[in-house]
Structure formats: C-alpha cells, structure tokens
Write a protein that binds this ligand. Structure first.
Ligand code: ADP
Ligand SMILES: Cc1ncc(COP(=O)(O)OP(=O)(O)O)c(N)n1
Length: 272
C-alpha cells in the first residue's frame, strides 16, 4: 500500500507547537506520510524564542536533494526560512518541481514578537518564492509588511490579496486570526473571493496556528483535493485544534493547539 507524502521545509520548534514539529503532527493526523527539511533550529518553548541557529546552506540543499531524489512528495509546505540565502537556495531547488502543489507560509514573527526572518529575506520571499506557490498564507501582520497596507477589515484584506497576487502566486489566503471578532480567512485566486469564517475562540493556547493551518492545506493537496476543499478541511482541522487546545495544557505560556482533536472527532481514540 502506498501513502500520500507531504514535505515541510521549515524551522524546528523545540517546544513542539509550531514549525516542523507542528507540520509533521498535522500531516500524520491527516493520514499523510511526513517528510522534513530543517532550515533552522530554534530554542523555543511556550514562553518564547531563546535562540535561532540556521542550518548551513549545504545542509539545506542536501536534505532537499536526498529526500526528493529518493522518496519524492505529493505536496510541499514552506515555513520559516530565516535568511535570504536560505530563501534563494530553496527557491532555486523548487523551480524544477513546479508540477507539485506548493503552500508558502511567509513566517516572519513568532507570537511573542521574536523575528524569525531578516528584512532582506522578506524581499527575496516575494520575488523568488511567491511565483512558485500554489497558495501563499500570510497572517494579517505579514500581509501588512508585504504590502505596506493597513489591514483592519475584509475590504482591506481584499486589497492586500490583490496586491500580493501580483508577485505571481496562483492564489492567496489571508488568515484572519488577528482580527478582533471573527476568525475569518479570505481566499483570492484572481477570479473570485471566498471567505472561510469561524467563531473566534478565546484561549491563550494558539501557538503554531499558522504552521498547522498551512500544513493541513498541504496534506489535503497531497491527497489530490482541489484547493478550496483543502482549505475548508484545514479550517475545520485548525478550529478543532484550537477548540481543544486548553485540554492539552502544555507549558506555562502560549501553549500549542491540539493536533489530536480532528482525529478524535473522526472517531479515532488517541489516548485513554
Ligand atoms: N482564536 C482563534 N479562534 C479561531 N480561529 C483562529 C484563532 N486564531 C487563529 N485562528 C485561525 O487559525 C488559522 C491561522 O491563523 P493566524 O493565527 O492568523 O496565523 P499565524 O499563526 O500565522 O499568526 C486561521 O485559519 C485563523 O483564522
Ligand atoms: C520554528 C518556527 N516556525 C514558525 C513559527 C511561527 O509559527 P506560527 O504558526 O505563525 O505560530 P506563532 O508563533 O504565531 O504561534 C514559530 N514560532 N517557530
């Protein structure tokens, strides 16, 4: 029996809530075999980021080469790429895989405010990586930095999405986790707008929501789902993970979301 495969190219979060660790948990609980290329190691817990150690460029290149030449993948998710050199090498390598769906999460800042990429790398992401993307998934602060617009409403999100599409991705989803009332995400592919609304959950345990959401989209694309269906499933997955986040109670700061919740709701008992 063969399995669908998804590759994450991202940073490691030692606290397990975001980055590579969140991506692999998401792939696994959506039934997809997860592969990983680590770009950077963060010393991180629920209280914040205490150190960032980039993997040497040759190490990033080698991981991509050996994984793709032997195992291959059905979808790729890109998360934290902390320097412009890492963005360059990843973009260069992925140019020859443009038949595979690519989800780009332009990770910039961790919840506690620690920067996860340099200013130089922001330009490189727009110019080199966005043109390769099936979909890009900025949150509101990221979309503001990338466009220079102030985003406070759905109309502002629409303007930002139009501007971001000019960099060449096939589509854009601006995540609304930072809006005040509703957690509504806006999708745009140059033809039509779609809204993915959800009730905003009051919890401090939202560490890794963006990583989890983008890797759930990648997992569903790996299975061959159409993009909007993949986003709908990812939205249900993250909603369940946030709704049941407080049951995990990991760490003393901003805890992770609950990657078991979606599986449990599908009737699979994961612990006793
Ligand atoms: N408190 C919340 N309640 C419900 N959904 C949320 C909440 N926070 C974030 N989300 C959802 O989680 C996903 C990730 O969004 P967001 O938190 O904005 O990303 P990031 O982690 O990159 O800042 C989006 O679908 C967003 O709507
Ligand atoms: C290693 C690593 N990658 C990405 C992030 C940011 O993840 P995100 O899902 O945006 O979650 P928050 O940091 O906003 O909770 C990270 N912290 N670490």
């Amino acid at each position: 029996m063969s399995h669908y495969r998804a590759l994450t190219i991202a940073g490691s979060d030692s606290g397990g809530g975001a980055g590579i660790q969140a991506d692999l948990k998401t792939f696994t609980t959506l039934g997809v075999y997860g592969l990983s290329v680590i770009t950077s190691i963060t010393a991180q817990n629920t209280q914040g980021v205490f150190g960032i150690y980039d993997v040497p460029i040759e190490g990033v290149e080698k991981q991509i080469d050996v994984v793709l030449s032997d195992i291959g993948t059905d979808a790729i998710k890109i998360g934290m790429l902390s320097s412009s050199q890492i963005v360059q090498v990843v973009s260069e390598k992925l140019k020859k895989y443009n038949h595979i769906p690519i989800v780009v999460d332009p990770v910039m800042v961790a919840k506690g405010g620690s920067p996860l990429l340099t200013d130089e790398a922001k330009e490189e992401i727009k110019n080199s990586l966005f043109p390769l993307a099936t979909v890009i998934t900025p949150n509101i602060p990221e979309a503001e930095v990338l466009t220079g617009l102030r985003i406070q409403s759905i109309e502002d999100m629409k303007r930002a999405a139009e501007q971001l599409l000019l960099y060449g991705p096939q589509s854009v989803i601006i995540k609304g986790g930072h809006l005040e009332n509703e957690a509504v995400d806006l999708f745009y592919d140059g033809e039509a707008w779609s809204l993915f609304p959800a009730k905003r959950i009051q919890t401090k345990n939202t560490h890794g929501t963006g990583c989890t959401f983008s890797s759930a989209i990648a997992a569903e694309l790996a299975k061959g789902k159409e993009l909007k269906t993949a986003i709908e499933i990812a939205k249900n997955y993250i909603q369940a993970a946030i709704e049941e986040a407080d049951q995990l109670a990991i760490g003393s700061g901003h805890g992770p979301t609950n990657h078991f919740a979606y599986m449990r709701r599908k009737g699979l008992e994961v612990w006793n």
